[in-house]
Design a binder for this molecule. Structure first.
Ligand code: ZN
Length: 293
């Protein structure tokens, strides 16, 4: 069975029918992760034989089978000049936020590729298979509504948790070795965000711009993060080895959600401060938009 859009659509339906009836205050008290300064290491091998890919920097299908699971990435290589252009484009877009600009400058470093397809299959039994082809955008086409996934296989500390627009498409910036389970989890987490982003976009703006936000905005951010992780887990569960469950749990809670919880605690402010700074920030954003060539 080839699963792609079907499963993602089900997720959307499930999402819309399950909203928690807690107040924002109670929701945050219940679900913010405890404060931790040290975040754990995020490397979790995907294959039983601990196989790791080395990207050769050409168009290729990287695939491996450990006897139980097979995984393949169809990579479209990006020329160095094109990577440089993308880097300059992202830096220009972030001219008001030098910290973000720095992150993108680090991310857009060759060798890089665009993900054309990803397939995961399990041998034996029901032979479950999962593919992403229908869901991914192809560079250069205007019509398709898919997501463009840029991959830098080096382990770069970049905030992948933003869905931006680039070249007229929704994009995901993914860093890390694709044969690492945490890289796969991150990819599916981002795809989970893509499902809910339209609905919550206003709440996410304040958070990602680092300004003071209200408890309601903070709740919306945390809810979306948790939903996106639920989506990643739900989709990848059949392909996660039992021995890795604990590591996966740590990665999601002690690493990713703790990181967000620490930021949220710092940004959640009294209602009037959140409203006032939002009012100013909206004016700044409007001004920036008008000035943009
Ligand atoms: Zn996220």
């Amino acid at each position: 069975m080839y699963v792609s859009k079907v499963r993602i659509k089900n997720y959307q339906e499930r999402k819309m029918t399950s909203s928690e009836s807690l107040s924002s205050n109670d929701y945050l008290n219940k679900y913010l992760e405890p404060k931790k300064e040290e975040l754990p290491n995020s490397d979790i091998p995907f294959f039983r034989d601990n196989f790791e890919w080395a990207y050769s920097g050409t168009d290729e299908v990287m695939s491996h089978n450990d006897g139980e699971l097979s995984l393949s990435f169809d990579c479209q290589h990006l020329e160095d000049d094109f990577v440089e252009q993308l880097k300059q484009l992202m830096i220009a877009k972030q001219s008001r936020e030098p910290k973000n600009a720095e992150k993108y400058a680090r991310f857009f470093t060759p060798p890089m590729f665009i993900l054309r397809d990803l397939q995961i299959a399990k041998s034996g039994g029901d032979n479950q298979m999962f593919g992403l082809k229908d869901y991914l955008a192809t560079p250069g086409t205007i019509e398709d509504s898919g997501v463009l996934v840029f991959v830098n296989p080096a382990d770069i500390d970049v905030d992948t948790d933003v869905i931006n627009e680039l070249l007229g498409k929704k994009v995901i910036f993914l860093s890390g070795n694709p044969s690492n389970l945490s890289t796969l989890l991150t990819l599916f987490h981002e795809l989970g965000h893509e499902q809910t982003r339209d609905k919550n976009s206003e709440e996410m703006v304040g958070y990602h711009r680092g300004r003071p936000i209200s408890k309601d905005e903070g709740r919306a951010v945390l809810e979306e993060e948790r939903d996106a992780w639920a989506f990643a887990l739900q989709t990848l569960r059949p392909y996660i080895r039992k021995e890795s469950y604990e590591e996966v749990n740590k990665f999601i809670h002690d690493y990713a959600l703790t990181n967000h919880s620490n930021h949220l605690r710092g940004q959640i402010s009294p209602e009037w401060i959140a409203k006032f700074t939002k009012w100013i920030d909206d004016k700044v954003r409007k001004y920036e938009k008008e000035k943009r060539p």
